[in-house]
Design a protein around this ligand. Structure first.
Ligand SMILES: *Cc1c(COP(=O)(O)O)cnc(C)c1O
Length: 381
């Protein structure tokens, strides 16, 4: 084997992406340097309009991160002490952190063993248990679109309507995905996404956005992201936060948005190739029916009892990086254990022990993808 064949494959290649958009990127960054309106400059409104158009949402409000987007959505709804916020246990920590920061209680729900998305049947059980308990008021559901695919929004929305729950779509990993022919962004009362650099549409720093169909909610989001500001500056109507997006990140995102559709197509092609090569050796990710994925993460499941550490080590030796999303479900995290009612969430617990993410990014060429598959087949064989 030659040295280049063994050279490590990057898990994510932001340098190669930067080279593809270099000219446009430089032009937009220079424009920000020229006008010096570094926070909430003209690029922010331009980006908001472009993102709303891209995903077919009525309003887009650019904010400082995906976490802050979730927080603003809950603040706008007045969610706090005594309120139960239902969310999947198998997700990134931010989803559970935000209700706790606001004094609310996260209620962890198990996920579907095939799609890894929040399990609507278990959600119903969890809501019934909270109502029976009598100490918390069921107020909101944060449905996470995990790894690029949508949660089961038709089922979740029906439950939320019946139970009178405010719905938030945590779209941090799945901006660019679709459900029933519709881009994700308007499935819930509010949608929060993230532009953290490793997300499918990533900035060069922190950033996020909120989407909503409601004019009132959009106005509230705008006020809350700027310290609860009223129609005139230095008029403070409510307790808000510093949740603004900066112009440089908006400029970078505008540039990245020009190549985003072709990047989504490149990720899809890689996912299909992985499916075709790996489907007999490991469990490949099940597709949510009638959806497309943004492929933030391509996660396989190793067989029960497989030595994941050994598989990872073998792959690393072959120059193939892998990652584990997530090694511990949130209800078992030290920080969240006391907020959790102690219910076992067996699917989340099982997935945490067997899941393994392979590289999937638009600058991964055919040779690298083939090499990854060869290495995986040997490592699990
Ligand atoms: C990344 C992520 C967030 C948080 O986004 P930040 O921009 O990093 O604050 C929230 N939820 C999920 C599911 C995420 O993957």
């Amino acid at each position: 084997m030659t040295e280049t064949q063994r050279a490590p494959i990057p898990f994510l290649d932001l340098k190669a992406q930067q080279a593809r958009i270099a000219v446009d990127l430089r032009r937009r960054i220079d424009a920000v340097l020229a006008h010096c309106q570094f926070v909430m400059g003209p690029e922010v409104a331009e980006l908001e309009a472009a993102l709303a158009k891209f995903c077919g949402a009525r309003h887009c409000v650019g904010v400082s991160s995906g976490t802050d987007a979730l927080q603003i959505a809950l603040m706008a709804e007045g969610i706090g002490r005594g309120d139960a916020v239902f969310l999947p246990a198998f997700t990134y920590t931010a989803t559970a952190e935000v209700p706790l920061v606001l004094g609310a209680t996260p209620v962890f729900v198990d996920v579907d063993p095939r799609t890894f998305q929040i399990d609507p049947a278990h959600l119903e059980q969890r809501i019934a248990a909270v109502r029976a308990g009598g100490t918390l008021t069921p107020r909101a559901l944060i449905g996470v679109d995990l790894f690029g695919q949508p949660a089961d929004w038709p089922a979740l929305s029906a439950i939320a309507r019946r139970e009178n729950l405010f719905t938030i779509d945590d779209l941090a990993q799945s901006f660019g995905g679709s459900l029933h022919g519709q881009m994700l962004g308007s499935q819930a009362d509010a949608t929060a996404t993230s532009f953290f650099p490793s997300k499918p549409l990533g900035a060069y720093g922190d950033g996020g956005a909120l989407f909503t169909e409601s004019d009132e909610r959009a106005a509230l989001f705008r006020s809350l992201r700027t310290h609860g500001e009223g129609p005139t500056r230095y008029e403070v109507l409510r307790t808000g936060m510093n949740g603004r997006l900066d112009s440089m990140q908006a400029a970078i995102l505008l540039s990245k948005l020009t190549v985003f559709p072709e990047e989504l197509a490149a990720r899809e092609k890689i996912a299909r190739y992985y499916d075709s090569r790996l489907g007999n050796a490991v469990t490949i990710p099940a597709r949510v029916p009638n959806s497309t994925s943004a492929w933030a993460i391509y996660a396989i499941l190793l067989k029960d009892g497989a030595d994941r550490d050994a598989v990872q080590a073998k792959l690393r030796a072959d120059g193939v990086p892998t990652a584990i999303y997530y090694p511990r479900p949130l209800h078992l995290q030290p920080a969240y254990r006391t907020a959790h009612d102690g219910v076992a969430l067996p699917v989340s617990e099982d997935l945490a022990g067997r899941i393994l993410a392979l590289p999937i990014h638009p600058d991964l060429d055919d040779v690298a993808v083939e090499r990854i598959c060869d290495a995986v087949l040997v490592a699990v064989g």
